[in-house]
Structures are given as structure tokens and as C-alpha cells.
Ligand binder design. Structure first.
Ligand SMILES: Cc1ncc(COP(=O)(O)O)c(C=O)c1O
Length: 388
């Protein structure tokens, strides 16, 4: 299922954009955007074909098909211990839009949102799109260090309206502990601040680490939380543009729905994407567990090989299929190293630039290891040859 034969480069070179196979020059291996090189589970393809063969693509309900909302609610009840029901699940056209929509609903100009640093650019982007202020909270670059929750609370002001959590954290691969989440959750309750909990990476957690959703800790915290999740990472459905927003608090849910523009059909989630996600959640858990087993092997390979390269120090991520090595001892900055790797090694990576991950990403590069062992080995060999 996850061998080299399963990666179809001819198709990827035509279809995988966003820094990947279709966007890089021929001969370059992209270990860039976090999107797997493997096709999705066969059941998903079959479910979409069945729907398509019936040739009706009428409007879906604005909040999503009942079966989609039920599958998402069941998943969060059974797998994440979050008490919710289908009426509090909104099908959206991507996790990215979910983040944007939460910011649009709860932030006015000049209001503040706490955003991890480093973290994926989408949070800062969405806060600033509302003319809000993204207040950076330094999270450890070393996944084994704890969050400084005392510093976290100092960032709260009367203007703070939103806490943007990303758990596990893209790009550091840190999985937040229940203790850390409880402290953050209690701070949010105390100051009446909404928590945006981005859980898109929550399926990709490596043993012995375990995942806790902040909304599962207690009812008070759940009432302050809005979960945003997506299916691009775990199920390889990025191009279907689909995600879910779950608000255990009915009042918050109603506000989100109103701002979502779903009721006017300006936005909404397409039908095939909903069929795909329902199938993924109801029928593809074995596929996912095999994928995580494969990723665990790739993570170990990646960390071991990168640490053999002069000037590169790579810690073991607890979650996400990403490594975020420190490259400062190469004597190059991330942008220079990225260019050299592209030109000399013919491997594309993401440089740790402020615009992608925040200022604290400096001196790092990000690599995705969601590919076959052969492709990953080839990419790592090329990097090693170019740098050693
Ligand atoms: C933390 C995080 N949130 C959201 C997204 C976007 O997901 P989607 O493809 O569903 O928009 C990504 C994609 O890289 C991500 O890493």
C-alpha cells in the first residue's frame, strides 16, 4: 500500500501542485508541502465513482449532508472523546477556510489573537486578513521541552479574543500534553477567550505519544473551543478542499454558520468531498493505521540520515509527517540552503522563513516524509552528497 510501486509519478507530475511534483523542475524530488505521494484509500475512489455514476450533483444542505455530519460527530465522540452531535458540525471547503472563518467570526480590527511561533502561516494570515493583531507565543523548537504557560498568560490583554492552537504543531511535530492543554484551556475560560483548535494533524501521532483534544478536557473548556480539522494530511484529499468545523457551544456554532456565507451559497462544501470524507471516517481506519506505521519508519529513516549530515541537527517529531532540522551549523541561512539543495541536490524543501512559519523558524528547514522509502532515501542521499 505504501511502497514505491504505489507512487505514480506520471500522475503526480500532472496533478500535485503547491510546491510539489507538478510545480518543481523535472528531476527534482519535492519534500515540500505536506501532502502525501500516495493515492488515497481505494474505498474513497469507489465511493466517489458510485456517486458520480448516478450523475446528480445537486446542492447539498448548507451545513453538510446528514451522513457527513454524523460521521464527523461519531469520529470526535469515539476517537477524540469530544461530546458533540451532528448539529454542531459544519462541513467546510478546507481547514484553511475553517481557520479563516473562525477569525472572521470572532475578531474585529485591532483585536488580538495569540498565535504560536513557529507555526503554519495560515493563522497569522487569517488574523491579519481581519485586521487583527497576531501576538506570537514562542513554542519550543525541541519537541521534548514543555510550553512556557506562565509566559503564555502574560500575553493576554483585554483585546485578546482568540487563542490559535495547532496540535500537533506544524512544523515542529510537537504533540501538546493534556497538562499543557488544561492550563491553556483554564486560562481561556478564566478570561473568556475563544480557542481555535486546529486538529488537522491529530491522526499523525507516533507512539508512545498520544493525542488529546483540548475540547475533551472538561465541559467549560469545550464550550470555549472551536475545533477546525481537515482531511488533506491523513487521507490525501487536499485537492477536494474539505474540512470540518465543530463547535460544542450552540451559540458559537450559530455565529459561525451566520458568518460562513454558507446560507447564501457564497461558500459551502462540495458533494464529492463530503462523500470522500464520510467514507474515510467510516471505512478507512485500517488504511490510516497502515499509513501511520509506514510514516513511523520514514520518520526514523529521515531523522537518522539527516543527523549524519555535517551541520544538520534533527530532533524526532512526535507527530506530523514533517521534520524541522536545525541547519544553522551549516553556516548558511535557510533560504540559501534551500536554493543550494534545489540546484545541487535537486531536492526541494521549505525554508524556515518568517513568512511561512514565524520568526523563530529561522535556521531551520522543513521536510515532508510522506513518500515511499525509495524516494525518501534518494532525496536524503542527494542532500547528504551535496552537503558533505
Ligand atoms: C496546521 C494546518 N492547518 C491547516 C492546513 C490546511 O489544510 P487544508 O488543506 O484542509 O486547507 C494545513 C496544511 O498544511 C496545516 O498544516
Amino acid at each position: 500500500m505504501f511502497t514505491n510501486q504505489d507512487v505514480n509519478l506520471t500522475i503526480l507530475q500532472k496533478r500535485a501542485f503547491n510546491l510539489r511534483w507538478a510545480s518543481v523542475p523535472e528531476g527534482v524530488i519535492p519534500l515540500t508541502a505536506a501532502d502525501p505521494d500516495f493515492p488515497c484509500a481505494p474505498q474513497i475512489g469507489e465511493a466517489i465513482s458510485k456517486y458520480a455514476k448516478e450523475r446528480y450533483f445537486s446542492y447539498a444542505p448548507s451545513e453538510g449532508f446528514d451522513y457527513f455530519r454524523e460521521a464527523v460527530a461519531n469520529f470526535h465522540s469515539l476517537k477524540r472523546n469530544v461530546i458533540t452531535n451532528p448539529d454542531l458540525v459544519l462541513a467546510v471547503d478546507s481547514a484553511a477556510y475553517g481557520i479563516y472563518m473562525v477569525c472572521k467570526t470572532f475578531l474585529k480590527p485591532n483585536e488580538e489573537a495569540i498565535v504560536f511561533n513557529p507555526v503554519d502561516f495560515l493563522f497569522k494570515y487569517s488574523v491579519e486578513a481581519m485586521q487583527g493583531k497576531a501576538v506570537p507565543f514562542a513554542v519550543p523548537l525541541n519537541p521534548n521541552e514543555s510550553l512556557n504557560t506562565a509566559e503564555f498568560e502574560k500575553l493576554i490583554t483585554p483585546q485578546t479574543k482568540l487563542i490559535c492552537l495547532c496540535n500537533p504543531i506544524n512544523p515542529t511535530g510537537r504533540v501538546l500534553t493534556k497538562e499543557e492543554l488544561t492550563i491553556i484551556g483554564n486560562i481561556a475560560v478564566k478570561h473568556n477567550i475563544i480557542i481555535l483548535s486546529d486538529e488537522i494533524w491529530s491522526d499523525i501521532v507516533f507512539e508512545p505519544n498520544t493525542y488529546t483534544s483540548i475540547a475533551s478536557i472538561n465541559e467549560n473548556i469545550a464550550q470555549q473551543t472551536i475545533i477546525v480539522t481537515g482531511y488533506s494530511k491523513s487521507y490525501g484529499l487536499a485537492g477536494l478542499r474539505v474540512g470540518s468545523v465543530i463547535a460544542p457551544n450552540q451559540t458559537l456554532y450559530n455565529l459561525l454558520l451566520l458568518k460562513s456565507e454558507h446560507l447564501s451559497t457564497v461558500h459551502g462544501c462540495n458533494v464529492l468531498a463530503q462523500v470522500a470524507v464520510t467514507t474515510a471516517l467510516n471505512e478507512c481506519q485500517d488504511w490510516l493505521s497502515n499509513f501511520v506505521t509506514h510514516l513511523t519508519k520514514m520518520r526514523d529513516l529521515c531523522v537518522t540520515e539527516l543527523n549524519k549530515i555535517n551541520g544538520i541537527e534533527c530532533l524526532v517529531p512526535q507527530g506530523c509527517y514533517l521534520v524541522f532540522p536545525d541547519i544553522s551549523k551549516t553556516g548558511m541561512d535557510a533560504q540559501t540552503l534551500q536554493t543550494i539543495l534545489l540546484e545541487k541536490a535537486k531536492v526541494a524543501v521549505v525554508p524556515g522563513l518568517g513568512k511561512w512559519f514565524g520568526e523563530r523558524a529561522q535556521g531551520h528547514i522543513r521536510l515532508s516524509f510522506a513518500t515511499s522509502e525509495d524516494i525518501l532515501k534518494d532525496g536524503l542521499f542527494r542532500i547528504s552528497k551535496a552537503l558533505n
